[in-house]
Design a protein around this ligand. Structure first.
Ligand code: FES
Ligand code: FES
Length: 310
């Protein structure tokens, strides 16, 4: 319970930071390593301490672990050890599970009150991630069966109940309930998953009957591609092996920010833009990963910094 309060507090703190800082600052932080946003108990304690809120930290249980501060007056009697030094467990003890990361070829021990991603990153395991708050889906992974049997999610906004029941989980907000193997890099598989095993029809901005094809001139790459009105600009560029910047592929990170000759809404229909503001789009910035063409136009990639400064 304490950990859930802490996690809620930390998530709120992150959201608050995101709300208050400028987009430019946010973009810089995102384009560097998102794992730097991994807020741990120590960071939070330091923040509360500097704000004179140590008593709040106490209420939240942040001062809790005995090895950090020593037992509090109302703590239960310390766990006795046997002669061999082996700790006897109590009912309140967290359990430790072996998590086998099949893609990375390593196994980590994860406590039932820790998030899988936190432990993986702490141990240098290369697990894809971005928001670390359950909404971007970049960390989507697969477990051997119904996800609810393997993990306890805390805010898995990205996945539906159906997807979780189908074996997809978000390590950034998932605590283990047993030993299991986990396969990362499953965002696309989860996106196209439906309970019947059929591909979900993704919502396209236009129907098949309305599809038109436009000539998109990539000025930096010196190439022109035909892009259908129901095809994301980024997909078309990558299909043609154009070297265009991108990272999340889901409208979250802003790395694919590009410039068109006028208001973005005249050139592109966005479907899932979570990075650019209306003002930035109006100023001519678009996201190629979730941008669908509405006419022929020129596009200049690699302008994230310029977009951030609008
Ligand atoms: S890192 Fe974004 S949902 Fe897990
Ligand atoms: S690649 Fe991340 S927003 Fe487009």
């Amino acid at each position: 319970m304490q950990d859930r309060l802490i996690d809620s507090f930390m998530a709120e703190q992150l959201r608050s930071e995101d709300d208050t800082r400028s987009r430019a600052d946010g973009a810089d932080a995102e384009s560097s390593n998102r794992s730097e946003k991994h807020v741990n108990r120590r960071n939070l304690l330091a923040a509360l301490g500097s704000a004179g809120l140590i008593s709040t930290a106490g209420c939240l249980g942040l001062l809790g672990d005995h090895d950090e501060t020593g037992p509090r007056a109302d703590d239960p009697t310390p766990v006795p050890t046997t002669e061999g030094g082996e700790e006897q467990t109590t009912s309140v003890d967290a359990e430790i599970f072996d998590i086998e990361w099949t893609v990375q070829g390593v196994t980590t021990e994860v406590s039932s009150n820790e998030y899988l991603l936190d432990v993986a990153l702490d141990e240098g395991v290369d697990v894809p991630n971005q928001c670390q708050q359950g909404f971007c889906g970049v960390c989507t992974s697969e477990v051997p069966g119904d996800g609810t049997e393997y993990v306890e999610h805390s805010g898995a906004d990205y996945l539906s109940d159906e997807q979780i029941a189908g074996g997809f989980v978000l390590p950034c907000v998932a605590e283990p309930k047993q030993n299991f193997a986990i396969e990362t890099g499953k965002q696309d598989a989860a996106d196209s998953y439906s309970a019947g095993g059929e591909e979900e029809t993704t919502e396209e901005p236009t129907t098949e009957a309305d599809v038109e094809t436009y000539a998109v001139d990539w000025t930096v790459q010196g190439a022109t591609t035909d892009v259908a009105s129901n095809e994301a600009l980024l997909d078309a560029a990558l299909d043609e092996d154009l070297d265009v910047p991108w990272e999340c592929g889901h409208g979250v990170c802003g790395q694919c920010s590009s410039e068109v000759p006028g208001p973005g809404t005249e050139y592109v229909e966005h479907d899932g833009n979570q990075y650019l503001s209306d003002e930035q789009v109006e100023a001519g910035y678009v996201l190629t990963c979730v941008g669908y063409p509405k006419q022929d136009f020129e596009i200049t990639t690699g302008v994230k910094d310029e977009a951030d400064s609008v």
